[in-house]
Design a protein around this ligand. Structure first.
Ligand SMILES: *Cc1c(COP(=O)(O)O)cnc(C)c1O
Length: 373
């Protein structure tokens, strides 16, 4: 089998989605599955949908294209404000997009008219993360302008927390968000269909004891894919944290005098530090490096420690004699390691299916005569 490769247990992605969807359901919060960390991988996206996500979202139009080419027809929202140069593709491939710039919204509306479509606009509000967003005091004015644009329909508002700042949203920030939704409706009249509360960092708030008000959507990537809450890094109860496994092959092995005179890396602290090499008897080199993943985001298998990495080599110390030339070593990944590895051209992504594969549209019919090459 190809190395390095990522094995994806689709049943775990599906069950993670089910778990959050069932917990959020009674609060009338729907799950939008975010596929950007897996580059819009269609089988992973489908597992999110099978688990109860009512739609998908991605930050990049190329990823959305990949979903559409695989025959995925559910609503897809672009969660990064569109580039002016891509408005035609956005209108073609996405039902709606998150927006912060009135000139982009106008361009989307014109593109939609050209294609005889109506494009949904969700206004992203800046509520403290200090990344993208419209300031709350300017929101009503922009909403009013969107209302006047044929080709665009004001679909909702949303906020994003903890992406840049790493600070989890507070209950009062969330209350301000749904107060804003009421205010916009007071000014503009329409019923806002979507009030999107944020990303995986919102789960502790959404599942907490307080009222979740009008928030009816969360955009979840990391929680579904890795089963963790991003701010604390803690596992979310009942969720699988091992849906993804990165597998690399040993290309050099040999007894070397220990301890190794080298700075070792502690992946959990994500910084360099010297760690004792007691018990490590073998130094192994694996065919994988910085070009393939964020090596600081790998968790070492039992009995192994990270020694270091270069662009194409990963050095680990092992106290197990079972690892030989040609052996496969299996790693779990954090979000950053996952994101890089999924985008690495030399890593094969191997979905492990537990349900019959849905036939993509292109090969319906006499598929038994088709040969896979
Ligand atoms: C990446 C992203 C998400 C999903 O974030 P997770 O932490 O992976 O759940 C949601 N919304 C926006 C705008 C994003 O950029």
């Amino acid at each position: 089998m190809n190395c390095p490769r990522i094995e994806v247990d689709l049943s775990k992605i599906r069950r993670n989605t089910q778990t959050v969807a069932r917990r959020l359901g009674p609060r009338e919060i729907g799950v939008t599955g975010v596929t950007k960390a897996v580059c819009g991988h269609p089988a992973i996206a489908q597992a999110m949908l099978d688990g109860g996500a009512f739609g998908l979202a991605d930050a990049r139009i190329n990823n959305v294209q990949r979903l559409r080419q695989a025959g995925i027809t559910c609503p897809v929202t672009l969660i990064r404000t569109p580039m002016l140069s891509q408005v035609d593709e956005v209108v073609q491939l996405c039902e709606a997009s998150y927006n912060t710039e009135i000139a982009v919204i106008a361009a989307l509306a014109s593109a939609a008219i050209r294609k005889d479509k109506v494009h949904g606009i969700i206004l992203m509000v800046e509520m403290g993360d200090q990344r993208d967003g419209i300031l709350p005091e300017n929101l009503a004015d922009i909403a009013r302008q969107v209302m006047k644009m044929p080709g665009a329909v004001l679909k909702g508002i949303g906020a994003n927390f903890a992406c840049l700042s790493r600070i989890a949203p507070t209950a009062s920030q969330m209350a301000s968000l749904y107060d804003l939704a009421n205010e916009i409706e007071g000014v503009c009249g329409p019923f806002l269909k979507t009030v999107s509360g944020g990303n995986s960092a919102n789960l502790p708030w959404a599942l907490g004891s307080q009222d979740t008000g009008r928030i009816n959507d969360l955009r979840l990537g990391e929680a579904i894919l890795l089963g963790v809450e991003p701010v604390s890094g803690d596992r979310i109860g009942g969720m699988h944290t091992d849906a993804f496994t990165l597998i690399a092959e040993v290309i050099e092995t040999g007894e070397k005098p220990a301890p190794f005179p080298i700075a070792l890396v502690d992946p959990t602290l994500a910084k360099l530090r010297i760690v004792p090499t007691n018990g490590v008897s073998t130094r192994l080199i694996l065919a994988m490096g910085h070009q393939d993943t964020d090596v600081l985001g790998l968790s070492m298998p039992e009995g192994c420690i990270m020694i270091g990495a270069t662009s194409d080599h990963l050095l680990i110390g092992a106290n197990r004699s079972t690892l030989r030339l040609g052996s496969e070593v299996r790693f779990q990944m954090n979000y950053k390691a996952l994101m890089h590895a999924m985008a690495a051209p030399d890593i094969e992504v191997k979905p492990l299916y537990d349900l019959p594969v849905k036939q993509p549209r292109q090969i319906q019919g006499k598929s038994e005569h088709l040969t896979l090459v």
